[in-house]
Write a protein of this length. Structure first.
Length: 164
């Protein structure tokens, strides 16, 4: 099941939230930096790495002070800003695989790659819908979280078109 909600990702109740990051798990957008601030100081320690991750990877950490207990970090660019549609697609597929490995049923995600990945909101929504597993025990619910009602309508239309 895929739903579209207008909310703040930091306060959405789910098993995990998706967080777009670079190869060192640093936030790649102002919205992800705001999510980090809500997550608190302990969250910074939880996402500390000893070596960079490959673009397209996904890892799970604790959620700090977020409503969701876990965070699925998707590495959508390297420190030089290199990324793009294919990297975002790989990162999302990796995230859904990590979610299944961890037995996570409900995931909340922003429009991963919109802006920073130079994707339009519609293209970012298409990637979320196209990569999210259509059936299976986990993950079973994706909440796509947007900031405004006009975005909700746009993304809901993509979900309807892609999933019917």
């Amino acid at each position: 099941m895929i739903e579209v909600v207008v909310d703040d990702l930091a306060f959405v109740r789910a098993d995990a939230v998706v967080r777009a990051a670079d190869e060192l798990l640093e936030p790649v957008t102002p919205a992800m930096a705001a999510l980090d601030r809500h997550a608190g100081a302990a969250f910074a320690a939880l996402r500390r790495l000893s070596s960079p991750l490959a673009p397209g990877a996904a890892v799970v950490t604790g959620g700090g002070d977020l409503a969701a207990p876990l965070v699925l970090h998707v590495v959508i660019q390297d420190r030089a800003g290199e990324g793009g549609r294919d990297v975002i697609r790989r990162a999302l597929v990796s995230a859904w695989q990590r979610a299944a490995d961890w037995g996570l049923a409900s995931i909340a995600a922003p429009l991963v790659g919109a802006g920073v990945g130079q994707l339009a909101a519609e293209a970012a929504a298409e990637l979320l819908v196209e990569t999210f597993p259509p059936a299976g025990p986990t993950p079973s619910r994706l909440s796509i979280v947007v900031d405004r009602e006009d975005e909700r309508a746009l993304v809901a239309a993509v979900v309807e078109r892609k999933r019917g």
